[in-house]
Design a protein around this ligand. Structure first.
Ligand code: DUC
Ligand code: ZN
Ligand code: ZN
Length: 477
């Protein structure tokens, strides 16, 4: 077994920071040691196989991105990152676990969708991976399969209040699934937007000739998100099923979650980097020589980017500080402009929805530390520790402590990262983050004890990543 000592760094957890050397034996962390001390009279730097010098750097638990869509069929095409390219890009960016969504679309069977997802991922991943299950058709069969999902380590599932005919569940279906989830202790994840109403608004805009990407954001108005979030909370309240609302972007939706939490309900919310940094006006309204007003298609995702004038972005940062929102995932769902986003050149409704960020989440959130939006500890908490607890991985993941998997990132606060499609590792012909400057850098990444990224070199291999059978959420007793 290989032993590694990470020396001289500042080990950061969700609750504090300390100067310590981290000793790794095989796949596990075995000790945090005060620097300069010897263990059992041995100078560990000469006793171990590998020494990683982290002097002046942060040593943090590897990032956990709990919301990715690799190879997702969507809008007549497929998300452009495979499990291979997507997890490798994640590793480059300091993410060492992902939880992707196995898909049941309306009219198909849950075990078939799940088997397909296992086939796509097995042997291809650079880092560890788990699954949530999308339920796109709540019926007797899919309800009966829910206990089996738990047995297979899929302890959370997602429903959609949007996308009629593809993923959509009506309120009666949601109620039934939540009743079952409450019984099983499963976490219900919700895409909370009023899809049927949005589809009417979108059709009215298109008929009026308003077909550019900007109108995607107008059709998917914040009222549609607030209303659906409220409805999901009420169904959760009625059934006793804990609720996790994905990709929250509207400040009014946050207010719904905050009020429910103040009332003692087990409801949680995630936001994504795009809702912290990007806006309806600047991105969806963008225009370029190459793409004209279609430039905004790069940022067409759902929920949509919100108006900066209305203050949603600042509110998302605030909610992360106050714990009204608990964590940040990417909703990584990449599509190229050429041949994919282009499908909606004449009609925003045909643009495949999604932004690719799996490589940049740790950096983008670290920039929030630099600008004073969040503390260093909160950065670790919302990118690693909380995702681990939320999705039944804590102890193994989300912490640097004896017995935990040695998923570790050495992050250099004096380093610098410029994000660009020319240098990123995601399979995309553009970057939603082109030109973003980060005052920090992912230097070294260990995945279960193996150094997979170091000094600008990728040292991992396809198949390093293993399937994560997850426990029930650790947020509930
Ligand atoms: N939102 C996206 O932007 N893409 C995929 C699915 C979703 O809900
Ligand atoms: Zn969604
Ligand atoms: Zn998603």
């Amino acid at each position: 077994m290989t032993t590694t000592l990470i020396t001289g760094g500042t080990v950061v957890s969700s609750t504090g920071r300390t100067t310590a050397d981290v000793l790794v034996d095989g796949e596990k962390v075995v000790a945090l040691i005060a620097p300069g001390t010897t263990a059992l009279g041995t100078d560990l730097t000469t006793a171990v196989d590998t020494v990683v010098d982290a002097t002046g750097k942060y040593v943090i638990p590897g990032g956990i991105d709990a919301h990715t869509h690799f190879e997702l069929p969507f809008g007549g095409t497929e998300a452009s990152d495979s499990f291979e390219s997507g997890t490798r890009a994640a590793a480059w960016g300091g993410t060492t676990s992902v939880i992707d969504f196995a898909v049941q679309t309306t009219g198909t069977k849950v075990p078939d969708g799940l088997a397909t997802w296992h086939e796509k991922a097995a042997g291809n991943c650079a880092i560890d991976y788990g699954f949530h299950q999308i339920l796109g058709g709540v019926d007797e069969e899919s309800l009966a399969y829910m206990p089996k999902l738990v047995d297979e380590g899929i302890t959370s599932y997602k429903m959609f209040m949007a996308y009629p005919g593809v993923f959509y569940s009506d309120d009666g279906q949601i109620l039934r699934a939540m009743q079952k989830a409450a019984e099983l202790g499963m976490l219900t994840m919700m895409h909370a937007e009023n899809g049927p109403a949005i589809d009417v608004l979108a059709a009215q805009l298109a008929e009026a000739g308003k077909t550019t990407p900007y109108y995607h954001g107008i059709a998917r108005a914040w009222q549609m998100e607030e209303e659906a979030t409220h409805r999901a909370i009420m169904l959760s309240n009625l059934t006793g099923a804990p609720l996790y609302v994905v990709h929250v972007s509207a400040k009014q939706a946050v207010a719904q979650l905050a009020a429910a939490r103040d009332d003692g309900m087990n409801v949680f919310g995630e936001t994504c980097p795009q809702y912290l940094y990007l806006s309806l006006e600047e991105q969806l309204g963008a225009s370029s020589d190459e793409w004209g007003a279609f430039e905004g298609a790069k940022w067409v995702c759902s929920t949509p980017l919100r108006s900066r004038a209305e203050g949603h972005q600042d509110h998302m940062w605030q909610a992360l500080r106050t714990n009204d929102l608990q964590m940040v995932s990417t909703d990584h769902c990449p599509f190229c402009m050429k041949g994919q986003k282009e499908l909606g050149k004449d009609d925003f409704r045909k643009i495949p929805n999604g932004i690719g960020s799996v490589e940049h989440r740790m950096d983008l959130l670290y920039q929030g530390v630099v600008t004073g939006e969040i503390t260093l500890e909160r950065w670790v908490e919302i990118t690693s520790t909380t995702p681990a607890r939320m999705f039944g991985l804590y102890g193994r993941k989300g912490v640097i402590a004896p017995g935990a998997d040695a998923d570790i990132v050495v992050y250099d606060p004096k380093g610098h990262t410029t994000i660009s499609a020319a240098t990123h590792h995601m399979n995309m012909d553009h970057s939603a983050w082109e030109g973003f400057e980060i005052d920090g850098h992912v230097d070294t990444v260990l995945s279960r004890g193996k150094v997979i990224v170091d000094g600008g070199e990728y040292l991992g291999a396809k198949g390093d990543g293993k399937y994560l059978k997850r426990d029930l959420t650790q947020y509930l007793v």
